[in-house]
Design a protein. Sequence first.
Length: 366
Amino acid sequence: MTRKETVERPETAVYTVPTDAPEADGTLSWDSTTLVLATVRCGPAAGTGYTYAPAAAAHIIDDLLADVVAGCPAFDVPRMNEAMQRAVRNAGLPGVAAQAISAVDIALWDCKARLLDLPLIDLLGATREDVPVYGSGGFTTYDADRQDRQLRDWAEEEGIPRVKIKIGESWGRCEERDLWRVAEARASVGDATALYVDANGAYNAKPAVRVAAALADEGVTWFEEPVSSDHLDTLARIRDHVTIDVTAGEYGYTLPYFEHMLAAGAVDCLQADVTRCGGITVWLRTAALAQARGLDISGHCAPHAHAAAAVPNLRHLEWFHDHVRIERVLFDGVLHPGGGSITPGGGEPGLGLTLNTERAQQYRVS
């Protein structure tokens, strides 16, 4: 293998998978989730990457990104990432364009590792063998029985010692039910399991502080996006007034976004989503920004364990109900979180994932 190997024009596919029940958080509801798949080929190797985004992300790959990476040396993934970011200048990088770049970047890393016949973690270099995960779901649309079953399945059946539910129902207008559901969650998992909550920016500042005090009484240690992460000063003030960890970052699409969040002192643990922030290339840089300030990073959804295992300041990876369910349908090789962690690099090259075309075909929309 030489550095003269070049990548072919990426291909795309779009899959939409219905939820297994109505789902909502504090600020949004949905009944299906769309995955945009990017495939990059180079000689005998084919790399796979994806993002959870509208089908428009596939059009951005086809129209703005594919010709940018085609013909580039397969080993020069950071170079191609930079070229893609420049190519979407007039389209606007934050948002769908960043998600499109993320999918291609992940595919390029997967392709490079497969060319070298290495698990991606062996190419990146590991700092740990196992990646801790936390079970994430507990949607505001769940009744008590469904929430209880989901939490007990993670804590008791799969041995995951950390779980998270959604709160902030109806833009924070249902505080009483939010706190009742937190109490129910604590009863489901017991005192030995860490309990987290995610408001998805639903509250205003004072309600968030008030809710945080009640959460602390239930032993909650993670309060994700109590107010919108668009308001960094407010997020920082809330962090100063509560005892539990304040976290945010899942809506970060650019490296400067994360630097602004860190500079504002807005979080105790930074979150970043490898399928939104610009792919593995930018996710690793984001982790370095957090490490430079003495903070951990948590991987948001889409369990790309290889990138997570490559950084020393990883706290954990979100094992999100929707994404895990979709990935188990569409791909072979999805890792299992037995005992509360996943272990990348079991011998398969790249990410270790293979699209199961037979199972996936019924969900393909373009």
